[in-house]
Design a protein around this ligand. Structure first.
Ligand SMILES: NC(=O)c1ccc[n+]([C@@H]2O[C@H](COP(=O)([O-])OP(=O)(O)OC[C@H]3O[C@@H](n4cnc5c(N)ncnc54)[C@H](OP(=O)(O)O)[C@@H]3O)[C@@H](O)[C@H]2O)c1
Length: 281
């Protein structure tokens, strides 16, 4: 299997390279080597490398910044995946694209399935949804994996932010009325590999961690492990607050748990994020 990886320096991109099967070949690219918004660059890379699959780990992921940076978010999250889908379809290459729980509005009280109506609240969510739609319209056999609350040992994520703040401050206030499922990027990478190995049918798949929490509960779990592992001497005092008490430029869904029955039906287990959190910390 020859894989063209985009966004190789991000959380998912790095984890994907770490887990690459020994007999797979990879061309790992990030913005400097391959800008996915540039159709000519994408075409040239595909013609030169002749991949069997493209894994798109590139994205504009700064949720709050996207509110005032709409054009760039659209280019990276919509035009970029559309370019990849176009070239993949032209050359008969499998495309795996990654999307987000933020395509939903969070008004549900039971987990969202792949068929649930979407209604993104933020620019980021809107661009990711438009990216999904561009991919499925152009490359119907593309695999789109929606995931959520991604963390890893790489890049920027909630776990690293908490560990940094835990060193700097004695007390933290954390939002307790947004619920979702943390997902370890290494498990997501492994699942993308499994989907390619299985030659899974095209379409949308939900894949997240196996236990729903609020950001406050996620922070509690992070500090419990950090103290157990002696990464921190003590946990800061944590205070649960509401979204209204912590206004951000982007609106986020209050509830974004994804139902993962479809992917579980392929024999894929959900991410044991609590186990992965211990290893990550
Ligand atoms: N992080 C989360 O909590 C979360 C939640 C749900 C879904 N997701 C989805 O999961 C996927 C992976 O997320 P992640 O957390 O691994 O993202 P990430 O760490 O932000 O990595 C994204 C990578 O894409 C690169 N990139 C940006 N623009 C590019 C371009 N035009 N061409 C090529 N590369 C470009 C970035 O480079 P620079 O850093 O230089 O910009 C970065 O290395 C994304 O599709 C994201 O939407 C993430």
């Amino acid at each position: 299997m020859k894989v063209l990886l985009t966004g190789a320096n991000g959380q998912l991109g790095r984890c994907f390279q770490d887990r690459l099967p020994a007999d797979w070949h990879i061309l790992a690219t990030d913005f400097a080597e391959l800008d996915i918004t540039d159709l000519e660059q994408v075409t040239a890379a595909v013609i030169a490398f002749k991949p069997d699959a493209i894994v798109n780990a590139a994205a504009y992921t700064a949720v709050d910044k996207a509110e005032s940076d709409v054009e760039l978010a659209e280019r990276i999250n919509v035009a970029g995946p559309a370019n990849l889908a176009r070239v993949a379809a032209q050359h008969g290459i499998r495309l795996v694209h990654v999307s987000t729980d933020y395509v939903f509005d969070g008004n549900a009280s039971t987990p969202y399935t792949e068929q649930s109506p979407t209604n993104p609240l933020s620019v980021y969510g809107k661009t990711k949804l438009a990216g999904e739609q561009a991919v499925s319209a152009t490359a119907p056999d593309a695999i789109i994996v929606r995931t959520a609350w991604v963390f890893s040992e790489y890049g920027n994520n909630f776990v690293k932010t908490m560990l940094r703040l835990g060193k700097e401050r004695d007390a933290l206030s954390i939002v307790d009325d947004q619920r979702g499922c943390p997902t370890y990027a290494g498990d997501l990478a492994q699942v993308i590999i499994a989907l390619l190995q299985q030659n899974a049918a095209g379409g949308i798949y939900h894949y997240t961690g196996d236990k729903e929490v609020s950001w406050f509960e996620f922070a509690q779990a992070i500090f419990t492990v950090a103290v157990q592992k002696s990464v921190l001497n003590k946990s800061p005092t944590l205070t649960p607050i509401t979204t209204a008490q912590y206004p951000t430029p982007a609106h986020r869904p209050a509830y974004s748990t994804l139902a993962s029955d479809k992917i579980k039906g392929l024999g894929i287990a959900l991410s044991d994020w609590q186990g992965a959190l211990k290893k990550t910390i």
